[in-house]
Design a protein around this ligand. Structure first.
Ligand SMILES: NC(=O)c1ccc[n+]([C@@H]2O[C@H](COP(=O)([O-])OP(=O)(O)OC[C@H]3O[C@@H](n4cnc5c(N)ncnc54)[C@H](O)[C@@H]3O)[C@@H](O)[C@H]2O)c1
Ligand SMILES: [Zn+2]
Ligand SMILES: [Zn+2]
Length: 356
């Protein structure tokens, strides 16, 4: 991206060889997450040109001298980075690493250097420790997860962010017992990953989503009911009706204040709400949250430790409980801007760039 807001353009640039804990990965597929699209509009001009992409998958080409857990030739997917030594990381809460911002979204290495350049000038990157909208990515041992060689790279790629986020919010954070109800607000790749995980757990799932094709997809993935918020005056009442008086759990992937209020209203007493969508300010009724004993969780990356959770997701996929392929539309790398537009407009759910 050469200036804030885009578009994405294809350029030949230089990438450094891996040092220390760095891992050079030849990218075979890279998912486009909504976060790439939101962030490109908020990115500072002084950190351009910038390489985005944080759902990479491919084959390890070379490793730095300190790397012990992956080797050249390994098939991998890439996730978010964490420092491994702060209080949060030491407690196993790597999604809330104290250094998460500097490690994932600063546009450079921790020391301010960039691993990309163009005719000697810096090109920013290191996005989620990868910047995988590229033929090669310089990742790190901490965000590189080995995957089976026979897992198609287009399916491995989105495990690193959107699938992990949606499924992890259900499996790691809300942990709904079988037979409980779970409502998902927004059925994009994150919301539909939550749908698949909740269906696998034996929940009654209801999805609220304005795009008809996405509502159909939620039903196909096992949701028992869907609601079109543009056609209904009282979305919360419909969710309550479908869930025997109120849902036990809700996941918001929209970040919109009015939708968060619908979710709170749709919950039964002592219900739990997970906030996952990027948003700004939200206003809600404090008395409703208090008197109903609602628990609100902010959730990053499904609170997953990628090296443990991604293999678990692959197990679910192999058992047919996480049919990822139903979310994915592949695009060649040179169509990256068209793929981004198709995701932003809701036309495709999970665009994945294929570089193979
Ligand atoms: N917390 C995290 O760690 C994390 C990780 C990945 C993505 N995200 C964020 O999660 C959000 C979802 O990501 P995505 O890739 O699934 O995006 P997406 O845009 O595909 O999904 C959002 C969905 O919400 C729907 N929507 C819009 N208005 C609605 C309404 N009034 N009621 C119900 N649904 C409505 C949209 O039609 C869309 O399908 C984004 O904000 C993304 O940046 C957060
Ligand atoms: Zn993401
Ligand atoms: Zn840390």
């Amino acid at each position: 991206m050469e200036k804030p807001g885009g578009p994405f353009t294809i350029r030949d640039i230089d990438i450094q060889a891996p040092e220390r804990d760095e891992v050079l990965v030849k990218i075979a597929a890279a998912g486009i997450c909504h976060t790439d699209l939101t962030t490109r509009h908020r990115w500072p001009a002084e950190r351009c040109p910038m390489v985005f992409g944080h759902e990479g998958a491919g084959v390890v080409e070379a490793v730095g001298e300190a790397v012990t857990t992956v080797s050249p030739g390994d098939t991998v997917c890439l996730s978010y980075r964490s420092c491994g030594v702060c209080e949060q990381c030491a407690g196993g809460h790597t999604a809330y690493c104290d250094k998460a911002g500097a490690l994932n979204v600063s546009g450079s290495r921790m020391d301010g250097s960039t691993c990309h350049s163009l005719e000697g000038a810096p090109v920013f990157g290191s996005y989620f420790g990868q910047s995988s909208f590229a033929t090669y990515a310089l990742a790190y041992e901490s965000n590189t997860v080995t995957v089976p060689a026979d897992l198609p790279p287009a399916l491995a790629a989105p495990l690193g962010c959107s699938v992990q986020t949606g499924a992890g919010t259900v499996l790691n954070v809300l942990q709904p017992p079988p037979g409980t109800a779970l409502a998902v607000f927004g059925a994009g790749s994150v919301g539909l990953s939550a749908v698949m995980a909740a269906v696998a757990e034996g929940c009654t799932v209801i999805a609220v989503e304005p795009v008809a094709a996405r509502r159909d997809k939620a039903l196909e993935l096992g949701a028992s009911a869907v609601v079109d918020p543009t056609a209904e005056n009282d979305v919360a009442a419909i969710v309550r009706e479908h869930t025997g008086g109120g849902t036990h759990y809700a996941v918001d992937t929209t970040g919109q204040s009015a939708v968060i209020t619908q979710a709170i209203t749709a919950l039964r007493n002592r219900g739990s709400l997970a906030l996952v969508g990027i948003g700004a300010q939200a206003e809600f009724n404090v008395m409703a949250v208090m008197t109903k004993g609602i628990r609100i969780h902010g959730v990053i990356e499904g609170e997953a430790v990628p090296s443990e959770f991604i293999p678990r997701l692959i197990g679910l996929y192999q058992r047919g409980q996480l049919p990822l392929e139903r979310l994915i539309t592949e695009f060649p790398l040179h169509d990256i801007e068209a793929a981004a537009q198709a995701a932003a407009s809701g036309q495709v759910i999970k665009p994945v760039l294929s570089l193979g």
